[in-house]
Ligand binder design. Structure first.
Ligand code: CDP
Length: 228
């Protein structure tokens, strides 16, 4: 069987990581793991239970108690919180606004990182997030850091929300929210959003999804050739 490798895709909010990561995983028959969805599920659980987001002890405990699971789905993977489907719920604006605070809690990161490493043990994996190349899978042979201008990322999110029937803020509001989230994610103490020194930076502002998928696929193929 051909060697299977770990592919880490990181980058700021709404850079198109999930869409691309899922397609790349499909192409190589690898497992796809959307780590952002996991932080979103913890956030949803905290909001549903009325937990004060400043109560980091409670949020840390919650991350250990809940069960997060995934199932294949089109156009996107299905996400479950304690067996209940929350695929659409975790994309709501109220989650966008609170997720960075929850993701900054060290106990939450520790728990999510452990789960993510277990998932990655299974073989070929494409994992997307903020700290995959830097912290979760530091030995991944392929690391991509995807960027695009804040305006383009807001535009993509706006179109995506409309397509998925998710109630959306205006383009301007989305851009502000995205910039604020990037700032929070980049400045937190534990595993902030950062480009790993050995990651390849890919500016996708003027690229189509297919072009990005092709570029990453080429990098994976080249790496696989080096291994064989
Ligand atoms: O889809 P989008 O790019 O807007 O965000 P996401 O990938 O769903 O991630 C949502 C949030 O989870 C981020 O803004 C981070 O606060 C957090 N996150 C993280 O801290 N570490 C990761 N590996 C993935 C996401």
């Amino acid at each position: 069987m051909e060697k299977q490798i770990q592919v880490a895709i990181d980058g700021p909010a709404s850079a198109g990581k999930s869409t691309v990561a899922k397609l790349v995983a499909k192409k190589f028959n690898y497992v796809y793991c959307d780590t952002g969805a996991m932080y979103r599920v913890v956030t949803l659980a905290a909001l549903n239970r009325g937990i004060d987001l400043g109560d980091t002890d409670k949020i840390g405990e919650l991350a250990k108690q809940i069960k997060i699971s995934f199932a294949p789905g089109e156009p996107e993977q299905k996400v479950f919180l304690d067996g209940e489907e929350v695929t659409t719920d975790i994309r709501q604006g109220r989650i966008d606004q609170s997720v960075s605070a929850v993701a900054a809690v060290p106990a939450v990161r520790e728990e999510m990182t452990n789960i993510q490493r277990q998932i990655a043990e299974e073989g070929g994996i494409v994992m997307d997030g903020r700290d995959i190349g830097s912290t979760v899978l530091p030995n991944a042979p392929v690391k991509i850091f995807m960027v695009a201008t804040a305006y383009e990322r807001a535009r993509r999110r706006y179109v995506e929300n409309k397509e998925k029937g998710i109630e959306t803020a205006s383009l301007e509001e989305l851009q502000k929210e995205i910039e604020l989230r990037d700032k929070k994610d980049s400045s937190r103490k534990v595993s902030p959003l950062t480009q790993a020194p050995d990651a390849i930076r890919l500016d996708t502002t003027d690229l189509t999804i297919d072009q990005v998928v092709d570029k990453i696929s080429e990098i994976i193929k080249k790496t696989l050739n080096e291994f064989s």
